[in-house]
Design a protein around this ligand. Structure first.
Ligand SMILES: Cc1cc2nc3c(=O)[nH]c(=O)nc-3n(C[C@H](O)[C@H](O)[C@H](O)COP(=O)(O)OP(=O)(O)OC[C@H]3O[C@@H](n4cnc5c(N)ncnc54)[C@H](O)[C@@H]3O)c2cc1C
Length: 475
């Protein structure tokens, strides 16, 4: 978030006040255990001959019979054709939802990575599906090209990114799968097919956001744009002011996003606009320091919301706290060294602010919450399972530290998102099922039918996908 370490650590000054208030409630709060009972940072124990897999956040786990990494498209097709197991393709494991876990086989396509072709006339680049966003964006930078937009981090593979409708922010900027101009995939029958809007319009519209349910992607051809620099301004400001100006500011900037700091009444806003001329460069992110400060504030003052807010407001900086310019890759993406669990819903633009006010009010009432919320805007596209299909959406993401409770996401926050017409991020926590999605997506049954045609025996199903598509599942 770019808040200066020195400024944020002023939170530590509040500790002196806390020790001067000898109240029982304070002592009780200090003895409180925040770690959730089922938290474990370790890989699951795999029986002999099996393998252990878990996702980035550690809450999705599996012990598949095989963790396969075919070294070519041909080998991958042969593997799918001959395998007797159910198969789930995996990317970098950055999804929170249960899309990847399989007790059959988990298939890694990281050998299918790197630039395969670049057409300078059209700006279309073809990459292996296992290429990470960082690898692809760095390669494009060398060619004087870029992706139009990027998400918060660039560790995801292209296949993982597109398959879950991963997005950045910018109300005129679509999610990344909208850059796809064609792809190649291996079907459940082990056939290799090339797909474009011209060759197979239905499979193209379904395959851009496929949840890895239609087949294993082996390469993507994507539209790129000339490389560009951005100018970033980060401000710390009261959330009430941000809410009043949110729509206007989202419209005024190329990229605009808000991080709300629960329990503080304060937000950090980030704007990015195209920059011509010399660049200042950017310092590495200090997100881990900021989060540690917010956690300390919660640990010491969470018991008394009024005091916590007062201390936060006097300790946090206000006004412009960062003003830098650099290449788009350097500014749009960052790193997330501190792990978390996340739920993100995409709301119709007109419903966004009303829902956001309710979410903030509820989060402020949770004395244990400290992880920032993230608010972004995304432009519409026409992929069948794109959450942005049908109109611009505001995304609201809530987070909890990786070792802490997040069950309240489902009981307290998901109902707010749903009341306001929200669609969940496919790669983040939700507990919706087939009937919910059939109502949320006009093309859901068309996608489900296409999936059944391509994979009648459910080779690419796991329990999570079976629930989504209303299919039965025997391991
Ligand atoms: C720290 C962090 C930050 C994040 N920031 C953002 C953000 O800013 N914006 C956003 O929208 N999301 C964000 N996400 C979510 C993330 O972008 C998605 O969950 C994404 O799908 C992860 O990609 P992955 O490569 O890790 O894929 P995985 O999570 O491993 O897999 C995702 C899906 O892709 C499928 N898949 C993978 N490879 C293939 C293949 N070859 N063929 C077919 N299907 C395949 C899998 O089966 C699965 O369905 C973030 C997640 C984390 C942990």
């Amino acid at each position: 978030m770019g808040v200066s370490r020195r400024r944020l650590l002023q939170v530590g000054a509040g500790a002196a006040i806390a020790t001067a208030i000898p109240v029982g409630q304070h002592v009780a709060w200090g003895m409180r255990e925040f770690e959730r009972d089922d938290y474990s940072p370790d890989y699951p124990d795999a029986p002999a001959g099996e393998e252990a897999w878990m996702n980035w956040a550690g809450a999705q786990r599996a012990t598949p019979i095989d963790l396969a990494s075919p070294q070519s498209e041909q080998a991958l097709a042969e593997y799918v054709r001959s395998s007797a197991h159910r198969i789930r393709p995996r990317g970098s494991g950055h999804s929170f939802s249960g899309l990847v876990p399989s007790e059959g086989a988990i298939l890694d396509v990281s050998y299918l990575s790197g630039l395969q072709n670049y057409d300078a006339d059209t700006g279309i680049a073809t990459f292996g599906a296992g290429t990470t966003l960082f690898q692809a964006a760095s390669k494009l930078h060398e060619l004087g090209r870029a992706f139009l937009n990027l998400p918060d981090i660039v560790d995801q593979t292209l296949a993982g990114t597109f398959s879950t409708a991963t997005h950045g922010t910018g109300e005129t900027l679509t999610a990344l799968h909208d850059y796809i101009r064609g792809f190649r995939m291996v079907t459940a029958a082990g056939e290799i097919v090339g797909v474009s809007a011209a060759s197979n319009p239905d499979l193209f519209s379904a395959g851009k956001v496929s949840l890895g349910a239609l087949g294993v992607m082996t390469s993507y051809s994507v539209q790129t744009v000339p490389a560009f620099n951005l100018h970033r301004i980060v401000r710390a400001e009261p959330i009430e002011q941000v809410l009043d100006e949110l729509e206007a500011r989202a419209a005024a900037h190329r990229n605009f996003e808000v991080f709300y700091l629960p329990g503080t009444g304060m937000a950090a806003t980030l704007s990015h606009d195209v920059h011509e001329g010399d660049i200042t460069g950017v310092q590495p992110s200090e997100d881990d320091e900021i989060l540690e400060g917010l956690k300390q504030l919660r640990d010491q003052f969470g018991w008394w919301p009024w005091l916590r807010r007062r201390i936060a407001q006097s300790a946090l900086p206000s006004g412009v706290i960062e003003d830098v310019s650099d290449a788009s890759l350097e500014l749009l993406a960052t790193t997330r060294p501190i792990k978390f669990n996340e739920m993100e819903y995409h709301l119709p633009r007109d419903e966004g602010i009303a829902a956001l006010r309710q979410v903030i009010e509820k989060m402020d009432r949770r004395k244990d919450a400290f992880f920032p919320m993230e608010i972004r805007y995304i432009a519409p596209d026409d992929a069948w399972l794109s959450p942005f299909n049908g109109g611009t959406r505001m995304s609201i993401a809530i987070h909890a530290a990786v070792d802490e409770r997040f069950d309240y996401f489902f009981s307290e926050f998901q109902p707010i998102f749903l009341r306001h017409g929200g669609r969940p991020h496919w790669g983040k926590w939700h507990n919706l099922k087939h009937d919910d999605f059939a109502m949320l997506y006009p093309e859901f049954s068309r996608f489900a039918e296409l999936r059944r045609d391509l994979d009648p025996d459910g080779k690419f199903l796991n329990p999570h996908l079976a629930e989504l598509f209303g299919e039965s599942f025997d391991a």
